[in-house]
Design a protein around this ligand. Structure first.
Ligand code: UD1
Length: 406
Protein backbone atom coordinates (compact mmCIF):
# COMPACT_ATOMS: atom_id res chain seq x y z
CA UNK A 1 0.00 0.00 0.00
CA UNK A 2 1.40 3.35 -1.07
CA UNK A 3 -0.01 6.86 -1.20
CA UNK A 4 -2.02 9.49 0.63
CA UNK A 5 -4.96 8.95 2.94
CA UNK A 6 -7.03 11.78 4.35
CA UNK A 7 -8.28 11.04 7.87
CA UNK A 8 -11.90 11.99 8.66
CA UNK A 9 -13.30 13.76 11.71
CA UNK A 10 -13.46 11.75 14.93
CA UNK A 11 -16.58 9.65 15.42
CA UNK A 12 -16.13 9.62 19.18
CA UNK A 13 -15.90 13.41 19.30
CA UNK A 14 -18.90 14.01 17.02
CA UNK A 15 -21.29 11.73 18.92
CA UNK A 16 -21.07 13.53 22.29
CA UNK A 17 -21.11 16.90 20.48
CA UNK A 18 -24.35 16.10 18.66
CA UNK A 19 -25.83 15.11 22.04
CA UNK A 20 -24.46 18.26 23.68
CA UNK A 21 -25.95 20.42 20.91
CA UNK A 22 -29.26 19.74 22.70
CA UNK A 23 -28.10 22.11 25.44
CA UNK A 24 -28.22 25.18 23.18
CA UNK A 25 -31.21 27.23 22.24
CA UNK A 26 -29.77 28.44 18.91
CA UNK A 27 -28.34 26.66 15.87
CA UNK A 28 -25.21 24.59 16.18
CA UNK A 29 -22.99 23.84 13.20
CA UNK A 30 -20.34 21.13 13.38
CA UNK A 31 -17.67 20.84 10.69
CA UNK A 32 -15.59 17.79 9.78
CA UNK A 33 -18.44 15.41 10.57
CA UNK A 34 -17.81 11.98 9.04
CA UNK A 35 -20.61 10.18 7.17
CA UNK A 36 -21.00 7.17 9.47
CA UNK A 37 -23.89 4.98 10.56
CA UNK A 38 -23.32 5.92 14.22
CA UNK A 39 -23.45 9.63 13.38
CA UNK A 40 -26.75 9.17 11.51
CA UNK A 41 -28.11 7.07 14.37
CA UNK A 42 -27.32 9.89 16.78
CA UNK A 43 -29.04 12.25 14.33
CA UNK A 44 -32.14 10.03 14.54
CA UNK A 45 -31.98 10.00 18.35
CA UNK A 46 -31.94 13.81 18.35
CA UNK A 47 -34.77 14.04 15.82
CA UNK A 48 -36.82 11.63 17.93
CA UNK A 49 -36.37 14.05 20.83
CA UNK A 50 -37.78 16.93 18.80
CA UNK A 51 -34.57 18.55 17.55
CA UNK A 52 -34.08 19.36 13.89
CA UNK A 53 -30.90 17.79 12.49
CA UNK A 54 -29.56 18.33 9.03
CA UNK A 55 -26.49 16.94 7.26
CA UNK A 56 -26.29 19.38 4.33
CA UNK A 57 -23.07 17.89 2.93
CA UNK A 58 -19.47 19.10 3.04
CA UNK A 59 -18.99 17.36 6.40
CA UNK A 60 -21.45 19.63 8.20
CA UNK A 61 -24.12 18.86 10.75
CA UNK A 62 -26.66 21.51 11.74
CA UNK A 63 -28.70 21.05 14.91
CA UNK A 64 -31.54 23.19 16.25
CA UNK A 65 -32.89 22.12 19.62
CA UNK A 66 -35.79 24.48 20.23
CA UNK A 67 -38.68 22.39 21.43
CA UNK A 68 -37.48 19.22 23.10
CA UNK A 69 -39.17 16.08 24.31
CA UNK A 70 -37.77 13.79 26.97
CA UNK A 71 -38.29 10.24 25.74
CA UNK A 72 -35.55 8.61 23.68
CA UNK A 73 -36.50 5.98 21.10
CA UNK A 74 -35.60 2.62 22.73
CA UNK A 75 -34.77 0.96 19.40
CA UNK A 76 -32.07 3.54 18.73
CA UNK A 77 -30.70 3.43 22.26
CA UNK A 78 -30.36 -0.34 22.00
CA UNK A 79 -28.66 -0.03 18.63
CA UNK A 80 -25.97 2.33 19.89
CA UNK A 81 -24.63 2.69 23.41
CA UNK A 82 -23.49 6.27 22.78
CA UNK A 83 -27.18 7.26 22.53
CA UNK A 84 -27.08 7.43 26.31
CA UNK A 85 -25.04 10.65 25.95
CA UNK A 86 -28.31 12.55 25.40
CA UNK A 87 -29.41 11.77 28.98
CA UNK A 88 -27.43 14.54 30.68
CA UNK A 89 -28.27 17.27 28.14
CA UNK A 90 -32.01 16.38 27.95
CA UNK A 91 -32.31 16.24 31.72
CA UNK A 92 -30.56 19.60 32.02
CA UNK A 93 -32.79 21.20 29.37
CA UNK A 94 -36.20 19.69 30.15
CA UNK A 95 -35.92 18.47 33.76
CA UNK A 96 -36.91 14.95 32.71
CA UNK A 97 -35.59 12.02 30.74
CA UNK A 98 -36.90 8.55 29.94
CA UNK A 99 -34.36 6.30 28.26
CA UNK A 100 -33.91 2.53 28.02
CA UNK A 101 -30.81 0.75 29.25
CA UNK A 102 -28.30 0.82 26.41
CA UNK A 103 -27.32 -2.53 24.94
CA UNK A 104 -30.31 -4.44 26.41
CA UNK A 105 -30.62 -6.34 29.69
CA UNK A 106 -27.84 -8.86 28.95
CA UNK A 107 -25.23 -6.28 29.87
CA UNK A 108 -27.07 -5.27 33.07
CA UNK A 109 -26.87 -1.96 34.84
CA UNK A 110 -23.12 -1.87 35.36
CA UNK A 111 -22.11 -0.12 32.16
CA UNK A 112 -24.04 3.07 32.98
CA UNK A 113 -23.76 3.06 36.76
CA UNK A 114 -21.17 5.86 36.68
CA UNK A 115 -23.39 8.07 34.49
CA UNK A 116 -26.30 7.54 36.90
CA UNK A 117 -24.21 8.00 40.02
CA UNK A 118 -22.94 11.31 38.66
CA UNK A 119 -26.38 12.57 37.64
CA UNK A 120 -27.68 11.64 41.11
CA UNK A 121 -24.90 13.72 42.67
CA UNK A 122 -26.09 16.65 40.53
CA UNK A 123 -29.57 16.30 42.04
CA UNK A 124 -31.35 13.91 39.68
CA UNK A 125 -33.82 11.33 40.94
CA UNK A 126 -33.14 8.04 39.16
CA UNK A 127 -35.83 5.38 38.87
CA UNK A 128 -35.62 2.13 36.96
CA UNK A 129 -38.64 0.42 35.56
CA UNK A 130 -38.73 -2.59 33.20
CA UNK A 131 -35.45 -1.85 31.44
CA UNK A 132 -36.10 1.89 31.37
CA UNK A 133 -34.50 4.66 33.33
CA UNK A 134 -36.53 7.68 34.41
CA UNK A 135 -34.63 10.76 35.44
CA UNK A 136 -36.25 13.75 37.06
CA UNK A 137 -35.23 16.84 38.99
CA UNK A 138 -37.03 17.26 42.32
CA UNK A 139 -35.04 20.49 42.84
CA UNK A 140 -36.18 21.78 39.38
CA UNK A 141 -32.63 22.25 38.12
CA UNK A 142 -29.34 20.41 38.33
CA UNK A 143 -27.07 21.56 41.13
CA UNK A 144 -23.29 21.61 40.90
CA UNK A 145 -21.51 19.04 43.07
CA UNK A 146 -18.30 17.08 43.47
CA UNK A 147 -18.50 13.88 41.45
CA UNK A 148 -15.83 11.23 41.87
CA UNK A 149 -15.77 8.64 39.10
CA UNK A 150 -14.62 5.21 40.31
CA UNK A 151 -13.24 4.66 36.80
CA UNK A 152 -12.37 7.38 34.26
CA UNK A 153 -15.27 6.51 31.96
CA UNK A 154 -15.22 8.52 28.74
CA UNK A 155 -19.00 8.52 28.31
CA UNK A 156 -19.77 9.34 31.95
CA UNK A 157 -17.28 12.23 31.90
CA UNK A 158 -18.87 13.62 28.72
CA UNK A 159 -22.46 13.19 29.90
CA UNK A 160 -21.75 14.88 33.23
CA UNK A 161 -19.58 17.65 31.82
CA UNK A 162 -22.33 18.57 29.35
CA UNK A 163 -25.14 18.43 31.93
CA UNK A 164 -23.12 20.43 34.46
CA UNK A 165 -22.91 23.35 32.01
CA UNK A 166 -26.57 24.08 32.82
CA UNK A 167 -26.37 23.28 36.56
CA UNK A 168 -26.60 25.83 39.34
CA UNK A 169 -23.11 26.46 40.72
CA UNK A 170 -19.86 24.60 40.27
CA UNK A 171 -19.36 20.93 39.42
CA UNK A 172 -16.06 19.15 39.90
CA UNK A 173 -15.53 15.82 38.12
CA UNK A 174 -12.69 13.98 39.82
CA UNK A 175 -10.91 11.02 38.19
CA UNK A 176 -12.34 12.24 34.88
CA UNK A 177 -11.42 10.69 31.54
CA UNK A 178 -8.75 12.71 29.72
CA UNK A 179 -9.24 11.41 26.16
CA UNK A 180 -8.75 13.96 23.33
CA UNK A 181 -12.47 13.61 22.54
CA UNK A 182 -13.30 14.85 26.05
CA UNK A 183 -11.05 17.87 25.48
CA UNK A 184 -12.67 18.54 22.09
CA UNK A 185 -16.15 18.34 23.65
CA UNK A 186 -15.03 20.84 26.30
CA UNK A 187 -13.87 23.16 23.50
CA UNK A 188 -17.26 22.89 21.83
CA UNK A 189 -19.14 23.50 25.11
CA UNK A 190 -16.92 26.53 25.74
CA UNK A 191 -17.83 27.90 22.31
CA UNK A 192 -21.48 27.49 23.40
CA UNK A 193 -20.81 29.67 26.45
CA UNK A 194 -19.91 26.93 28.93
CA UNK A 195 -17.22 27.62 31.52
CA UNK A 196 -14.95 24.61 31.82
CA UNK A 197 -11.44 24.26 33.19
CA UNK A 198 -9.16 21.25 33.40
CA UNK A 199 -10.48 19.11 30.51
CA UNK A 200 -7.67 16.72 29.58
CA UNK A 201 -6.60 16.38 33.22
CA UNK A 202 -7.99 14.21 36.03
CA UNK A 203 -10.06 17.06 37.50
CA UNK A 204 -12.56 19.03 35.43
CA UNK A 205 -14.34 22.08 36.87
CA UNK A 206 -17.54 23.36 35.31
CA UNK A 207 -19.28 26.57 36.30
CA UNK A 208 -22.95 26.23 35.35
CA UNK A 209 -24.71 28.83 33.20
CA UNK A 210 -28.39 29.75 32.84
CA UNK A 211 -28.30 29.24 29.05
CA UNK A 212 -25.96 28.04 26.34
CA UNK A 213 -26.00 29.39 22.79
CA UNK A 214 -25.54 27.65 19.46
CA UNK A 215 -21.96 27.54 18.19
CA UNK A 216 -19.72 26.47 15.32
CA UNK A 217 -16.99 23.92 15.88
CA UNK A 218 -14.61 21.79 13.83
CA UNK A 219 -14.16 18.25 15.06
CA UNK A 220 -10.67 16.83 15.72
CA UNK A 221 -9.26 14.18 13.36
CA UNK A 222 -10.14 10.58 14.16
CA UNK A 223 -7.09 9.17 15.96
CA UNK A 224 -8.40 5.61 15.73
CA UNK A 225 -8.92 5.85 11.98
CA UNK A 226 -5.41 7.31 11.58
CA UNK A 227 -3.94 4.59 13.77
CA UNK A 228 -5.81 1.90 11.82
CA UNK A 229 -4.12 3.08 8.61
CA UNK A 230 -0.77 3.17 10.41
CA UNK A 231 -1.33 -0.43 11.49
CA UNK A 232 -2.32 -1.34 7.92
CA UNK A 233 0.97 0.08 6.61
CA UNK A 234 2.79 -1.79 9.37
CA UNK A 235 1.14 -5.15 8.70
CA UNK A 236 1.64 -5.00 4.93
CA UNK A 237 5.05 -3.35 4.63
CA UNK A 238 3.40 -0.31 3.08
CA UNK A 239 4.24 3.41 2.99
CA UNK A 240 1.41 5.83 3.69
CA UNK A 241 1.20 9.57 4.04
CA UNK A 242 -1.65 10.48 6.34
CA UNK A 243 -3.29 13.88 6.12
CA UNK A 244 -5.32 15.51 8.89
CA UNK A 245 -3.66 13.81 11.85
CA UNK A 246 -2.96 15.14 15.33
CA UNK A 247 0.22 13.31 16.39
CA UNK A 248 -0.16 14.36 20.00
CA UNK A 249 -3.25 12.15 20.19
CA UNK A 250 -1.35 9.20 18.76
CA UNK A 251 1.63 8.94 21.07
CA UNK A 252 0.87 5.55 22.63
CA UNK A 253 0.14 3.96 19.25
CA UNK A 254 3.19 5.58 17.64
CA UNK A 255 5.45 4.37 20.46
CA UNK A 256 4.20 0.79 20.01
CA UNK A 257 4.56 0.86 16.25
CA UNK A 258 8.13 2.16 16.59
CA UNK A 259 8.88 -0.61 19.07
CA UNK A 260 7.66 -3.02 16.41
CA UNK A 261 10.12 -1.53 13.88
CA UNK A 262 7.76 0.81 12.02
CA UNK A 263 8.93 4.28 11.03
CA UNK A 264 6.52 7.05 11.93
CA UNK A 265 7.58 10.54 10.87
CA UNK A 266 5.40 13.47 11.84
CA UNK A 267 5.41 16.30 9.33
CA UNK A 268 4.29 19.85 9.96
CA UNK A 269 0.72 20.90 9.22
CA UNK A 270 -1.11 17.73 10.23
CA UNK A 271 0.77 15.20 8.10
CA UNK A 272 2.54 12.00 9.06
CA UNK A 273 4.41 9.38 7.08
CA UNK A 274 4.38 5.77 8.13
CA UNK A 275 6.32 2.92 6.60
CA UNK A 276 7.56 -0.51 7.47
CA UNK A 277 10.45 -2.33 5.86
CA UNK A 278 10.73 -6.03 6.54
CA UNK A 279 8.94 -8.08 9.15
CA UNK A 280 7.51 -6.43 12.27
CA UNK A 281 8.97 -7.24 15.68
CA UNK A 282 6.67 -8.50 18.42
CA UNK A 283 5.58 -5.91 21.01
CA UNK A 284 3.58 -6.26 24.21
CA UNK A 285 0.49 -4.08 24.50
CA UNK A 286 -1.68 -3.15 27.47
CA UNK A 287 -4.82 -1.14 26.84
CA UNK A 288 -5.58 1.63 29.33
CA UNK A 289 -7.49 4.89 29.59
CA UNK A 290 -5.78 7.81 27.81
CA UNK A 291 -2.84 8.49 27.61
CA UNK A 292 -2.43 4.72 27.67
CA UNK A 293 -2.80 2.51 24.62
CA UNK A 294 -6.40 2.84 23.33
CA UNK A 295 -8.61 -0.25 23.56
CA UNK A 296 -10.13 0.78 20.21
CA UNK A 297 -6.77 -0.07 18.56
CA UNK A 298 -6.26 -3.42 20.28
CA UNK A 299 -7.86 -5.62 17.57
CA UNK A 300 -5.95 -3.89 14.75
CA UNK A 301 -2.56 -4.07 16.49
CA UNK A 302 -3.23 -7.63 17.58
CA UNK A 303 -3.92 -8.46 13.93
CA UNK A 304 -0.61 -6.86 12.92
CA UNK A 305 1.25 -8.80 15.63
CA UNK A 306 0.02 -12.14 14.24
CA UNK A 307 2.66 -11.81 11.49
CA UNK A 308 5.43 -10.26 13.63
CA UNK A 309 8.71 -11.94 14.53
CA UNK A 310 8.36 -13.23 18.09
CA UNK A 311 5.68 -13.42 20.76
CA UNK A 312 3.49 -10.50 21.91
CA UNK A 313 1.40 -10.39 25.04
CA UNK A 314 -1.72 -8.24 24.58
CA UNK A 315 -3.59 -7.30 27.77
CA UNK A 316 -7.06 -5.78 27.57
CA UNK A 317 -7.79 -3.91 30.79
CA UNK A 318 -10.63 -1.61 29.65
CA UNK A 319 -13.27 -4.11 28.49
CA UNK A 320 -13.88 -7.60 29.95
CA UNK A 321 -14.46 -9.46 26.73
CA UNK A 322 -12.82 -7.88 23.74
CA UNK A 323 -11.11 -10.80 21.98
CA UNK A 324 -13.86 -11.96 19.63
CA UNK A 325 -11.54 -11.39 16.67
CA UNK A 326 -9.09 -13.99 17.98
CA UNK A 327 -11.07 -17.06 16.86
CA UNK A 328 -11.47 -15.53 13.43
CA UNK A 329 -7.76 -14.73 13.13
CA UNK A 330 -7.00 -18.33 14.06
CA UNK A 331 -8.96 -19.43 10.99
CA UNK A 332 -6.41 -17.48 8.98
CA UNK A 333 -3.52 -19.38 10.55
CA UNK A 334 -2.73 -16.99 13.43
CA UNK A 335 -1.27 -18.60 16.53
CA UNK A 336 -3.01 -17.01 19.53
CA UNK A 337 -4.05 -18.23 22.97
CA UNK A 338 -6.31 -16.26 25.28
CA UNK A 339 -6.19 -16.48 29.07
CA UNK A 340 -8.71 -14.20 30.72
CA UNK A 341 -7.85 -10.66 29.66
CA UNK A 342 -4.55 -11.60 27.98
CA UNK A 343 -3.87 -12.82 24.47
CA UNK A 344 -0.52 -14.39 23.67
CA UNK A 345 0.27 -13.99 19.99
CA UNK A 346 3.06 -16.09 18.48
CA UNK A 347 3.93 -14.46 15.18
CA UNK A 348 3.76 -16.62 12.06
CA UNK A 349 5.54 -15.77 8.78
CA UNK A 350 2.25 -15.39 6.91
CA UNK A 351 -1.51 -15.68 7.34
CA UNK A 352 -3.67 -17.35 4.73
CA UNK A 353 -6.94 -15.91 3.50
CA UNK A 354 -10.18 -17.37 4.91
CA UNK A 355 -13.84 -16.57 5.49
CA UNK A 356 -14.16 -14.73 8.81
CA UNK A 357 -16.95 -12.95 10.64
CA UNK A 358 -16.78 -9.48 12.20
CA UNK A 359 -18.44 -9.12 15.59
CA UNK A 360 -17.93 -5.40 16.16
CA UNK A 361 -16.46 -2.29 14.59
CA UNK A 362 -12.79 -2.54 15.57
CA UNK A 363 -12.72 -6.34 15.28
CA UNK A 364 -13.93 -5.83 11.71
CA UNK A 365 -11.04 -3.43 11.06
CA UNK A 366 -8.57 -5.93 12.55
CA UNK A 367 -9.86 -8.65 10.21
CA UNK A 368 -9.56 -6.36 7.19
CA UNK A 369 -5.92 -5.65 8.11
CA UNK A 370 -5.25 -9.36 8.57
CA UNK A 371 -6.83 -9.97 5.16
CA UNK A 372 -4.54 -7.37 3.56
CA UNK A 373 -1.49 -9.05 5.07
CA UNK A 374 -2.61 -12.62 4.25
CA UNK A 375 -1.85 -14.70 1.18
CA UNK A 376 -4.97 -15.29 -0.93
CA UNK A 377 -8.47 -14.00 -0.49
CA UNK A 378 -10.16 -13.14 2.79
CA UNK A 379 -13.91 -12.65 3.08
CA UNK A 380 -15.08 -10.58 6.03
CA UNK A 381 -18.72 -11.31 6.80
CA UNK A 382 -20.89 -8.79 8.66
CA UNK A 383 -18.68 -6.02 7.29
CA UNK A 384 -21.53 -3.57 7.98
CA UNK A 385 -19.89 -3.03 11.39
CA UNK A 386 -17.24 -0.99 9.53
CA UNK A 387 -19.87 1.53 8.42
CA UNK A 388 -20.47 2.50 12.04
CA UNK A 389 -17.03 4.01 12.41
CA UNK A 390 -14.90 4.19 9.26
CA UNK A 391 -15.81 6.67 6.55
CA UNK A 392 -15.32 4.96 3.18
CA UNK A 393 -12.70 2.52 4.47
CA UNK A 394 -12.83 0.43 1.33
CA UNK A 395 -12.47 3.46 -0.97
CA UNK A 396 -9.55 4.81 1.04
CA UNK A 397 -7.77 1.44 1.08
CA UNK A 398 -8.30 0.98 -2.65
CA UNK A 399 -6.89 4.45 -3.33
CA UNK A 400 -3.55 3.34 -1.85
CA UNK A 401 -3.40 0.09 -3.77
CA UNK A 402 -5.19 -2.43 -1.57
CA UNK A 403 -7.30 -5.03 -3.34
CA UNK A 404 -10.57 -4.76 -1.40
CA UNK A 405 -14.15 -4.87 -2.61
CA UNK A 406 -17.39 -4.61 -0.75
C1 UD1 B 1 -15.94 5.27 24.67
C2 UD1 B 1 -15.80 5.11 23.18
C3 UD1 B 1 -15.37 3.70 22.82
C4 UD1 B 1 -14.12 3.32 23.59
C5 UD1 B 1 -14.28 3.58 25.07
C6 UD1 B 1 -13.00 3.37 25.87
C7 UD1 B 1 -17.44 6.69 22.36
C8 UD1 B 1 -18.73 6.92 21.65
N1 UD1 B 1 -17.07 5.43 22.54
O1 UD1 B 1 -16.97 4.37 25.08
O2 UD1 B 1 -15.12 3.65 21.43
O3 UD1 B 1 -13.85 1.95 23.40
O4 UD1 B 1 -14.70 4.94 25.30
O5 UD1 B 1 -11.98 4.18 25.39
O6 UD1 B 1 -16.73 7.62 22.67
N2 UD1 B 1 -18.07 1.50 32.68
C9 UD1 B 1 -18.74 1.18 33.84
N3 UD1 B 1 -19.78 1.98 34.23
C10 UD1 B 1 -20.14 3.09 33.53
C11 UD1 B 1 -19.44 3.42 32.35
C12 UD1 B 1 -18.40 2.60 31.95
O7 UD1 B 1 -18.44 0.20 34.49
O8 UD1 B 1 -21.08 3.78 33.94
C13 UD1 B 1 -16.95 0.63 32.23
C14 UD1 B 1 -17.25 -0.01 30.88
O9 UD1 B 1 -18.03 -1.17 31.03
C15 UD1 B 1 -15.87 -0.28 30.37
C16 UD1 B 1 -15.05 0.90 30.91
O10 UD1 B 1 -15.82 1.42 31.98
O11 UD1 B 1 -15.35 -1.47 30.91
C17 UD1 B 1 -14.78 1.99 29.89
O12 UD1 B 1 -15.98 2.50 29.40
P1 UD1 B 1 -16.18 4.01 28.94
O13 UD1 B 1 -14.90 4.75 29.09
O14 UD1 B 1 -17.40 4.55 29.58
O15 UD1 B 1 -16.46 3.82 27.40
P2 UD1 B 1 -17.61 4.49 26.52
O16 UD1 B 1 -17.75 5.91 26.87
O17 UD1 B 1 -18.81 3.64 26.50
Amino acid sequence: MRGNVRVSGAKNAVLPMLAAALLAEGDTVLHGVPALDDVFTMGEVLTGLGASVDFPGGGRAVVRAADLGWEADPRLVRRMRASFLVAGPILARTGRMRISMPGGCAIGSRPIDLHLKGLRSLGARVEQDRGCIELSLPGRSLTGALVYLDYPSVGATENLMAAACLARGETIIDNAASEPEVVDLAGFLTAMGGQIAGAGSKVIRIRGQAHLRGAQHTVIPDRIEAATFMAAAAATGGHLRLENVEMEHLQAVTAKLREAGVTVEPGSGGYAEVWAAGRLRAADIKTMPHPGFPTDMQPQLLAAMTVAQGTSVISETVFDNRFHHVDELRRMGACITVEGRCAVVRGVPQLSGAAVRATDLRAAAGLVLAGLAAAGETRVMDAHHLDRGYEDLVGKLRSVGADVTR
